[in-house]
Design a protein around this ligand. Sequence first.
Ligand SMILES: [Zn+2]
Length: 146
Amino acid sequence: MHEMGLALEILKATRKAAEDRAVGPLEEVQVMVGELSSVEPDLLVYAWEAATKGSPEEGSTLKVLWQPARQNCAACGVVEERAAGTWLRLCPRCDLPLQVVGGDDLTVRTCRYHPPGGQRQESNTAPTSSAAAGSPGSLAARRKHV
Ligand SMILES: [Zn+2]
């Protein structure tokens, strides 16, 4: 699965971002996903849960910031009209060729970490808690929350 490799890359990036900083466990990572990047947001979130399972990042949230592509016409400016998933490269208003802008991003935008040593108030996310780990019920509940 394409998304699994991406999740592992993102995980690497969050660990790198935490280097040399006094931070606690990862809480949330936000990833920009462009419409044209051929990444399925749902699959990426699922892959993230699989990639972080059993790691210190287990229970952290991967948040997808969806970035639609835009079509620009030299004469009309930004052209909104198009059927979902299709790319007519001619302007529906004046038939000039359209320029597609953006939508191919795939970048880690922000990483949020728990404060160092701040786990006492968050006992349910402590890495030593094995009760919730691996329970399919808790996984489903968390996915709905996203
Ligand atoms: Zn036009």
